[in-house]
Every structure is written in structure tokens, then in C-alpha cells.
Design a protein around this ligand. Structure first.
Ligand code: SF4
Ligand code: SF4
Length: 169
């Protein structure tokens, strides 16, 4: 059987302990939050890397990526026929649908998509959460540099082949 009033004393003890504890409230927006560099804030597009392979749009579980392009002939000096290349006309991501899974970034074979920790793009109109290629491209300067190589890790394939080429007579 518990002593009468012991519950109240226990509750007051918890209150007193919490009162003396240092507050961890972040004073955002007056003070910028200290986010980890690889935070998933918004997706940036490096347009010149995009080959319009459509992998990201096909793999996106929310169907929130819209891509459109046209083909262009490029005359290569010395080649028998002109080459064809895809030219990106439209690249939109609808952030009102995006669930920030990162699949599009993972599957892009050409490193055209990158996470940036920027998160201040709330809108009053939900339609403004559709970012076109210019807006996605404008996020690129906020992409943090890649983490440094693990000194004990294996060198990247590109590094090894470049070193072999450099060593060749
Ligand atoms: S993060 Fe996920 S949901 Fe968002 S655009 Fe990429 S694949 Fe689609
Ligand atoms: S996967 Fe990469 S290269 Fe392919 S369309 Fe998407 S962004 Fe462009």
C-alpha cells in the first residue's frame, strides 16, 4: 500500500528536476539551426549532368518528377553521320508530393541530383512548391561538398585508373 501523498511528492520532484535543467529550445528563426551537412532539405539539379535518361522519374514512388525533352543533331567533325543528343526542356519536382526518400538522387547515374540542407522554401500557395529546372538549379550553390575520403578506405576506381595512366610510360 502506498503512503498517501507519495504520488504528489514524486510529481513535484519531477517538476523541480525539470525546472533546474538547462533548456534546449532553439530560437529559430532568430538563430539558424545547426543542421547536419547531409540533411535532406531540398533537391538541387545540375542541369548539365542530366542526360534525360528518365530513371529518376520512373523510380520516384510519388510520381512527383516531370521531365520533357527533345532531340538535337550534333555534327561531329570527322564522323560519318551527325549524332543525336537529348536536350532538357522541362524538369519539375513537386515538393508538395515529395516524401524526401532520396531514391531519385540514389538512382541518378550521372550525379545530376543532390541534397542540400536548405529548408526555407515554404509557400502560401501549394502550387508554388512545384520547382522548375531553373529553381532546382538555383539550389546548386547550397550543396555541401562531399565528405572527405576515409584514409583507410579503398581509393575510388577513377583514382586508381588515373594513377595507372599516369604511371604508364
Ligand atoms: S525524394 Fe523520393 S519522392 Fe521526392 S522526388 Fe525524389 S524519389 Fe520522388
Ligand atoms: S536520373 Fe539523373 S540523368 Fe537521368 S533524368 Fe534523372 S536527373 Fe537526369
Amino acid at each position: 500500500m502506498s503512503i498517501p501523498g507519495s504520488g504528489l511528492a514524486k510529481g513535484l520532484a519531477v517538476t523541480l528536476k525539470t525546472l533546474t535543467r538547462r533548456s534546449t529550445t532553439r530560437q529559430y528563426p532568430d538563430v539558424e539551426p545547426d543542421l547536419p551537412p547531409r540533411s535532406r532539405g531540398v533537391i538541387a539539379l545540375l542541369e548539365e549532368n542530366c542526360t534525360v535518361c528518365m530513371l529518376c522519374a520512373r523510380e520516384c514512388p510519388d510520381w512527383c518528377i516531370v521531365i520533357d525533352s527533345h532531340k538535337e543533331e550534333v555534327v561531329v567533325p570527322g564522323a560519318a553521320r551527325p549524332r543525336q543528343r537529348n536536350v532538357l526542356d522541362q524538369f519539375d519536382i513537386d515538393f508538395s508530393l515529395c516524401m524526401y526518400c532520396g531514391i531519385c538522387i540514389e538512382v541518378c547515374p550521372f550525379d545530376a541530383l543532390h541534397w542540400t540542407p536548405e529548408f526555407e522554401y515554404a509557400e502560401y500557395d501549394i502550387r508554388d512548391l512545384l520547382h522548375d529546372k531553373d529553381r532546382l538549379g538555383a539550389w546548386m550553390p547550397t550543396v555541401p561538398p562531399p565528405p572527405a575520403h576515409d584514409p583507410r578506405g579503398e581509393p575510388a576506381k577513377e583514382e586508381s585508373s588515373a594513377a595507372k595512366k599516369a604511371a604508364a610510360p
